[in-house]
Design a protein around this ligand. Structure first.
Ligand SMILES: *Cc1c(COP(=O)(O)O)cnc(C)c1O
Length: 361
């Protein structure tokens, strides 16, 4: 039996995607070879890779001013690769501090240039998206995290910037409509909304790409990767295939705008239950609550542990909060069905009833 999986990443994938991937691992669409056995230079693979890139373009409504790059590795690799390409030792990048991933990104960029914080919600426990202070320096770019996977905050609208904007969209790409004309470089690791871990995607404006440095090992150079149509070093072929299956699935669901509506419904259902249920609370400011990662707490620590046991009995997995934030977290990415979210809400109600009877009667 398939469990109710609320893991933050790697996270649940649609069952049809897993079934097609399993079939493709044995034999790729009647070609007599496994997808794991084909050359990355073969027409078979380049067709799959190009279809994946085209689907990103289509689903994100990208125009000719944007390039899509399929990359190896995860988001942390991009935390390093971005400053490698775009930041010189004398230059400064501004970061909006929304918690854990913003810190990591800053730490990595500091290996290549100067970094400053231009807004932070540290004082508010990262339960809010911070205001931006006046940009104090000549900044080469500003980097932010659109959805904060660990603290459960999310930008509904991105701030307008006078300098190039870089966005870590690891946990909300393809789940919400965004205006990419205002974003110079967006990136996401796959393991939240795209596919299995091991592959990432970047969406870069050509005008920004031109500013990238040329003196880099080619495997790190975005310009080189674009010139080779994302097929320079051997890409993770199976992960590319699974991401493609997942994006085909998403298109079949009606695309980003269609799943965005369901994502709103799922999030509303769960936040409403947290508000209603007298055992739980959500510290995140309502206007900035994430529709992907619902972070919440039990009002009493013992209750939290008991709830985790209760979830275990009810076949719910992956609901513990990140160690940096504590508490509970239900990740409700695109592949999480409304039915599964409703099931979790029902389990929270059952727990409230059971808990009331053991403690008070
Ligand atoms: C998951 C995540 C990361 C880290 O991804 P890795 O692939 O493990 O490096 C970075 N940023 C955000 C917003 C994430 O959700």
């Amino acid at each position: 039996m398939r469990k109710f999986n609320f893991s933050s990443g790697p996270s649940v994938l649609p069952l049809p995607v897993l079934q097609q991937a399993a079939a493709g691992l044995l034999e790729l669409e009647h070609h007599g070879v496994s997808v794991a056995e084909i050359s990355h230079r073969s027409r078979l693979f380049t067709d799959l890779l190009n279809e994946l890139i085209s689907l990103f373009r289509e689903l994100l409504h990208l125009g000719p001013e944007h390039e899509v790059i399929i990359l190896q590795g995860g988001a942390r690799l991009q935390f390093a690769q971005i400053p490698m390409n775009f930041l010189k030792p004398s230059e400064t990048a501004g970061f909006i501090d929304t918690g854990y991933w913003a810190h990591k990104a800053m730490e990595y960029a500091a290996c290549y240039g100067q970094v400053i914080t231009i807004g932070s919600s540290a004082d508010q426990g990262y339960h809010i998206i911070p205001e931006i202070s006046d940009l104090p320096h000549q900044l080469t770019y500003v980097q932010l995290t659109t959805n904060n996977t660990i603290y459960g905050t999310q930008y509904q609208e991105l701030p307008k910037m006078a300098v190039p904007l870089i966005a870590d969209m690891s946990s909300d790409l393809l789940s919400i409509t965004r205006d990419f004309s205002a974003i110079d470089f967006a990136f996401a690791c796959a393991q939240k909304n795209v596919g299995p871990a091991g592959v990432s995607v970047a969406i870069v404006k050509r005008s920004f790409l031109e500013k990238a440095h040329d003196q880099l090992p080619p495997v790190f150079s975005y310009k080189n990767l674009v010139a080779h149509h994302s097929n320079y070093a051997t890409p993770p072929v199976v992960n590319v295939y699974m991401s493609l299956l997942n994006l085909r699935w998403l298109k079949g669901q009606g695309g980003v705008a269609a799943v965005e509506k369901i994502n709103e419904e799922k999030a509303a259902l769960l936040y409403n239950e947290i508000e209603r249920n007298r055992l739980f609370n959500c510290p995140v400011v309502p206007a900035h609550r994430s529709r992907m990662n619902v972070c919440f707490f039990a009002k009493e620590k013992n209750t939290e542990l008991a709830f985790l046991d209760f979830c275990h009995e009810k076949n719910i997995v992956g609901i513990e909060g990140h160690k940096a934030a504590g508490g509970l977290r239900a990740s409700i990415y695109n592949a999480q069905s409304l039915e599964n979210v409703a099931y979790l809400a029902k389990v929270m109600q059952q727990f409230e009833q059971q808990h009331a009877s053991t403690v008070y009667y």
